[in-house]
Write a protein that binds this ligand. Structure first.
Ligand SMILES: [Ca+2]
Ligand SMILES: [Ca+2]
Length: 267
């Protein structure tokens, strides 16, 4: 009778441990896990500009850029990169045009890489001019007005001191490891002052492509894939993950030991 009681006790203990294992695996299933890594920004060593001394000019609308015939070198451009969202990767350009005068033109070239492990979707670039910000469309000319206003269009406003254009290669989606080539052109307009300094920032942003897609589907209607978003955040973990396996083994070992002891005592 004692032996039977001992065996039942061992059996109960084993089941208790196995039940704990099941609970443990369930709790892991409920925990969303970070599956991917986002990393996107400017490759600092690729930043270059076309003002290597001799100044350039262009026609209105950033057309026909060319060296100024007399070999004039008055204007210069300071270019620095910054990390606007503090995620450790540079994502914005700070442009300082020194000794600017009407007709000065320059072009800044940069490479932008997807350093991360997931595809990213480019968002509109943002211009910051005298404390005001505006999203700008790639390939369109943006005008920087003397009073700090910003506008986009095709005809030059009278009070615009600079016209700029941002263009980037490739489509909206950038896959891991891919490099996009970007160019920022600007032209000092007739309303600008002589030998003046002008300063503005261009902030580039992108977001995880799957996040961008889920936002789009939510906007499309109530039939959005809300549950799919949650599923996307959870990795396909095996039914028993982490410590659960150890608990199962411990339970099985207890059963075995209990059985062996019971049999030995019978002898
Ligand atoms: Ca120059
Ligand atoms: Ca950044």
């Amino acid at each position: 009778m004692k032996k039977m009681a001992f065996f039942i006790l061992t059996l109960m203990l084993a089941f208790f441990v196995m039940d704990h294992a099941f609970a443990s695996s369930e709790s892991i299933m409920d925990t969303p896990v970070q599956t991917s890594k986002f990393g996107w920004g400017i490759l600092e060593e690729t930043v270059s500009q076309s003002d290597h001394g001799a100044d350039q000019t262009c026609d209105p609308g950033l057309k026909n850029p060319r060296l100024i015939a007399e070999g004039k070198d008055v204007g210069s451009t300071g270019v620095s990169v910054k990390d606007a969202n503090n995620d450790g990767v540079h994502d914005s350009l700070k442009i300082d045009v020194g000794n600017a005068y009407p007709s000065y033109y320059n072009k800044i070239n940069i490479d932008i890489k997807n350093f991360g492990e997931i595809a990213v979707k480019k968002k509109k670039a943002v211009i910051n001019w005298q404390g005001k910000t505006a999203e700008i469309l790639e390939g369109l000319i943006c005008y920087l007005h003397r009073n700090g206003e910003l506008s986009q269009g095709t005809s030059t406003p009278d009070d615009a001191v600079l016209e700029i254009r941002w263009t980037g290669s490739g489509g909206d989606i950038q896959y891991p490891g891919e490099v996009m080539v970007g160019a920022l052109e600007f032209h000092v307009l007739q309303a600008a002052e002589q030998n003046h300094s002008y300063c503005f920032d261009l902030i580039l942003t992108a977001e995880a492509a799957e996040v961008a897609d889920s936002i789009v589907s939510e906007e499309e209607g109530e039939n959005g894939s809300g549950s799919e978003d949650v599923v996307a955040g959870i990795v396909d973990l095996p039914k028993t993950g982490g410590n659960a396996v150890c608990y199962y083994f411990a339970g099985a070992a207890m059963l075995l030991i209990g059985a062996v002891i019971t049999v030995l005592r019978k002898k």
